[in-house]
Design a protein around this ligand. Structure first.
Ligand SMILES: Nc1ncnc2c1ncn2[C@@H]1O[C@H](COP(=O)(O)OP(=O)(O)O)[C@@H](O)[C@H]1O
Ligand SMILES: [Mg+2]
Length: 311
């Protein structure tokens, strides 16, 4: 590879010790552990194990991390695939792994370095009496955050519908770091036909909470709608360059993770085609679809109800 590889492959010996379980999160089984990274330094890191019900989880995390990094969105400084031997895992967890992982005796976990921030979703859950105050605080910080438009455009690009408060970890300077892209591309259990329509609408998260916050920020401007759309359009323009920057690495991991899975069309005139290509074409077509993107935003912004489910 010409550029340096971003996502690390770590052997099972990199797992030093268990530290604590995650207090939230459901789609993967996640815990904090001490991990030795490629540079030999041990760091607190989150280990996320994908079970058989989310067979595309690792692919999705990889795509989210590489594209987000290429867009210079704030993300954990390191990410990797960690080989974990089933013998160190709880047997109940092993029973939920895919057949392949159970048979071969190891699985690959998704790992990210701890960003050392606050999970405001956990704080909301632990302080129900202060729900409204904390909610207001979260909304204010998100609205003031320089990367709000970039994050919305990014989530739309990769079809991430899970940008809940627990997946934007708050840093001490009231900005956010983005984690957890396991539910992008139509979800952790996507099937190839779902990726054939690259222009499908993004249903957003929480009735497009973030889009509405962006609009609220501009609402006193004379051209509030135009200003909001311009912010999103500028963010969208960065996607093609970002994809080019990491295309080679995405293709490499896609080959490793999906291998030579083929979509059988079942029609003689239509040849079978590789799944890796479907995924890449989906990202690539969606990266360039600026016109369709504007139409989608227009539709979302024209509805009146502002719902704020925060988790
Ligand atoms: N890199 C990270 N830095 C800080 N906290 C993290 C990180 N990765 C995961 N977490 C914590 O673990 C929780 C669960 O991880 P997540 O990837 O969101 O899994 P799930 O898909 O189960 O929601 C997160 O909500 C967060 O509290
Ligand atoms: Mg999560």
């Amino acid at each position: 590879m010409s550029e340096q590889q971003i996502i690390q492959y770590l052997p099972s010996s990199s797992y030093i010790e268990f530290l604590k379980a995650a207090t939230d999160g459901v789609s993967g089984k996640t815990h904090l552990a001490n991990i030795k990274w490629e540079d030999g330094i041990e760091r607190d890191s989150w280990v996320k194990i994908y079970t058989a019900t989310k067979p595309r989880g690792l692919v999705n995390e990889m795509i989210g991390y590489l594209l987000g990094s290429a867009l210079n969105l704030p993300m954990p400084p390191r990410a990797g695939f960690l080989c974990l031997e089933n013998k160190i895992l709880n047997q109940n967890l092993v029973n939920t792994l895919s057949q392949v992982d159970q048979y071969r005796g190891f699985t690959f976990a998704w790992i990210t370095e701890d960003v050392k921030g606050r999970n405001l979703r956990v704080e909301l859950e632990e302080n129900p009496a202060h729900y409204h105050i904390i909610t207001e605080y979260i909304v204010t910080c998100l609205r003031d955050w320089d990367n709000l438009a970039n994050m919305i455009a990014f989530d739309d690009w990769i079809l991430n519908t899970d940008r809940n408060v627990g997946n934007t970890i708050q840093l001490p300077d009231r900005t956010f770091s983005l984690i957890d892209h396991g539910e992008c591309l139509q979800g952790g259990e996507w099937q190839e036909p779902q990726l054939l329509d690259a222009h499908c609408p993004h249903i957003g998260f929480g009735d497009n909470l973030h889009l509405r916050l962006l609009y609220e920020k501009n609402k006193n401007n004379l051209f509030s709608m135009e200003d909001t759309l311009a912010e999103l359009e500028n963010a969208k323009l960065l996607h093609i360059t970002a994809l080019k920057k990491v295309a080679q690495e995405i293709k490499m991991h896609l080959t490793d993770l999906i291998g030579d899975e083929i979509v059988e069309t079942g029609i003689e005139e239509l040849p079978n085609y590789p799944v890796t290509e479907t995924v890449f074409n989906f990202l690539s077509n969606r990266a360039t679809a600026i016109k369709k993107f504007n139409e989608r935003c227009d539709t979302f912004l024209s509805t009146n109800s502002i719902a704020r489910p925060l988790s």
